[in-house]
Design a protein around this ligand. Structure first.
Ligand code: GDP
Ligand code: IMO
Ligand code: MG
Length: 438
């Protein structure tokens, strides 16, 4: 009964959606376990190009069950819009289910998100402004409203009667914003709840039934380890509880850690980051610009349309994420973006202002902001890789680059992605097949 977790190994946008779409064929359940519509997962397959925010990327296989697990924050209007868009484009949502334990993104959450960023001023996080942080904050503060409440008018009324006056005080007294009217919120969210109700289940039971039948359950992470509340570059992180790390997967779907047999870490062949916070290997020069805009798919945030910051592959941060997630299997994406560089750098250590060499990730964002990357140079391959489908098709220098990353991260790279489309990949090992830990 294998459960396999897919996580982002960097600052998000590594290509998780694209890889889930590729490997979901071998699973019977695909489940999102954390975050909300701050995530944006792009999938390109024979049905077209899709940007998914909350719906798992297994949705394109009509025989798979797709689950939005209890760890996900659900903005009902956004999710219903996503469901409608998929349906209109011929993608069946008949096997999509939403946990009754999901927390609901309420109208005060985006307001607080944006107002709080303004309050932070120069120290703003650069959030997506979708209200996801405030929703998870309320979850932890025991002020949340859950999907199960939303679809039950009496429970919803009682909960809103308690929570809204509290939140209106916060809106007015802390942020100087107008209060929200009870009747408006109750009416509009009850209507959304009624539309969501047919999808709502105790989704943990569905997952356990599949596991009991010895079927494979694929757990789709959002964001990346370096945005994780605990492991990431605090405080420039996201607020998901449970986190998007492998350790959060079981909690966010309702399975125990013993069931998870494989952790697949997705890594981009270089680094990107959206929003603020330290990024030691960031390139603010022409090379950074080329990585940002000249690749086959420019580095533009899927959710907010912001340009992603770019830099060389950071093996210090990436090794840390492989370690704390227990990654058993690595995936390298967007290798094709490096095709034309005469030489490529890998950051293998950080040098501090007082000349110390750090080989592991420091906890402090203030330290990370001042370190200088120590680079190792690899000769580029200067040949197109987007048509490669086997390991031997890859140019020798591209293979050397991948081998070096494997060594630095101490994980095998089992899939190399050389383009955004489903078939543009080299599968060295089936990541759903459990292998012994090395
Ligand atoms: P996610 O959030 O991890 O699912 O990643 P996003 O979808 O936000 O960003 C990944 C971007 O890279 C999308 O535009 C994908 O279409 C694109 N992409 C994924 N894999 C590859 C690849 O191997 N090569 C290229 N050129 N683009 C890719
Ligand atoms: P996927 O799943 C990239 C970033 C935001 C910001 C920080 C906090 O597509 O990889 P938030 O709105 O979550 O409070 O913002 O986290 N962020 C992401 N960056 N990909 C994501 O998701 C992200 N989700 C949040 O840009 O820096
Ligand atoms: Mg994304």
């Amino acid at each position: 009964m294998p459960a396999v977790v897919i996580i982002g190994g960097q600052w998000g946008d590594e290509g998780k959606g694209r890889i889930v779409d590729l490997v979901a064929q071998g699973a019977s359940v695909v489940a999102r376990y954390s975050a909300g519509n701050n995530a944006g997962h792009t999938v390109i397959n024979d049905m077209g190009e899709f940007k998914l925010n909350v719906v798992p990327a297994g949705i394109f296989y009509s025989d798979k069950t797709c689950i939005i697990g209890n760890g996900v924050a659900v903005d009902p209007a956004v999710l219903l819009n996503e469901i409608d868009t998929l349906s209109t484009r011929g993608v069946s949502v008949a096997n999509l289910f939403i946990s009754d334990r999901c927390h609901v993104v309420m109208p005060w959450h985006p307001l607080i998100d944006v107002a709080d960023e303004a309050l932070r001023g120069a120290a703003a996080i650069g959030t997506t402004g979708r209200g996801i942080g405030p929703c998870f904050t309320d979850k932890v503060a025991r002020l949340g409203i859950r999907v199960g409440d939303l679809i039950d008018p009496e429970a919803f009324r009682a909960r809103l009667e308690f929570v809204l006056p509290y939140k209106n005080k916060v809106l007015q007294q802390l942020y100087g914003l107008a209060p929200l009217a009870f009747d408006d919120v109750f009416a509009s969210y009850s209507a959304l709840g009624a539309r969501l109700a047919p999808f709502v289940r105790d989704t943990a039971l569905i997952v356990h039934d599949a596991l009991d039948r010895d079927e494979t359950v694929l757990l789709e992470g959002a964001q990346g380890c370096l945005l994780d509340l605990d492991a990431g570059t605090y405080e420039y992180v996201t607020s998901s509880v449970p986190s998007s790390s492998a350790g959060g997967a079981g909690i966010g779907i309702g399975i125990g850690p013993t069931v998870i047999q494989q952790v697949v870490g997705i890594y981009k062949a270089y680094m990107t980051r959206v929003g603020n916070g330290p990024m030691p290997s960031e390139l603010l020069d022409e090379t950074g610009r080329i990585l940002q805009v000249e690749g086959p798919r420019p580095e533009i945030g899927t959710t907010t349309g912001r340009k992603r910051r770019t830099g060389w592959f950071d093996a210090v941060a990436s090794r840390y994420s492989a370690m704390v997630n227990g990654v058993t299997s690595g995936v390298l994406t967007r290798l094709d973006v490096l095709d034309n560089f005469p030489s490529i750098q890998i950051c293998t250590a950080y040098e501090t202002e007082d000349g110390r060499i750090l080989k592991s990730m420091p906890a402090s964002s203030a330290t990370l902001r001042t370190v200088k990357p120590v680079y190792e140079e690899i000769e580029g391959w200067r040949a197109p890789t987007s048509g490669c489908r086997t390991w031997d098709d890859l140019p020798p220098n591209a293979r050397a680059y991948i081998r070096r990353i494997e060594k630095l991260l101490v994980i095998p790279i089992d899939i190399v992605s050389v383009g955004p489309e489903r078939d543009q990949a080299i599968i060295v090992h089936d990541v759903l097949k459990v292998k012994p830990r090395t």
